[in-house]
Ligand binder design. Sequence first.
Ligand code: ZN
Length: 265
Amino acid sequence: MPELPEVEAVCKKLRKEAVGGVIAEAFVLRPGSVKPQYPADLDNAVAKTILKLERRGKNILLHLSGGLALRVHLRMTGNLFIIPDARFHSAQVRVYFRFRDGRGLVFEDTRALGRVTIHEETALDGLMEKIGIEPLSKGFTAAKLQSMAKKSRKPAKIFLMDQQHIAGIGNMYAAEALFRAHINPKQPIQAVTKRKIEALHKAILDVLRKAMKDAVRSYSKPGSYQQMDFAVYCRKAKPCNVCKQAIARIVQGGRSTYYCPACQR
Ligand SMILES: [Zn+2]
């Protein structure tokens, strides 16, 4: 599932290929993929030029001429990329834009949970304000994480995945970062020691940077994300790389959490 590193990899590639493209026609093949908007709303993108592309959390923002922007959220299985001829898109494409030069900007989404919507630039801030600090920005320091943690009673894993605190961390990288910092995912983040919060800060940066490198490298094949070797994620009952005890799986907030009960006390 795309988290910050994978979404950033998608953006890196699109910045080279999509910026400057002029949209000639918009096609909504699955109306649910533009909800709560309507397919005809995307016609507002016609004749507009893609000026700039930006990632905010797990959102991709395509800034268009005319004061508009497309917002794409990949959710579980979405992918956004350019194809040489818009007419030859895959069956999993839910929304696509034909450029004047014939190329296609396609939103492929097997499970169809992602969204493509169009907004006035002036409305974007309102839409985005609930998204927390970017973990790879200068403002995200160990002290900042410490002050955020002190104000939350949530279990550590739920805290990390809450996009209103930190943007872009999902199930995989939350599990991996907590393992590296020896933090039990069920422990209230408020109660985690300062030393472990500092370790967590470093772990978040290390995990995201490593994953981003891998994602950029493996992005050559659209639709497939080749991921880093996980220490705990999806390794239920397998031996911990450090202590050999079996990795446990629990459910938190409706999602699977994997951790080592011995290393993460
Ligand atoms: Zn262990």
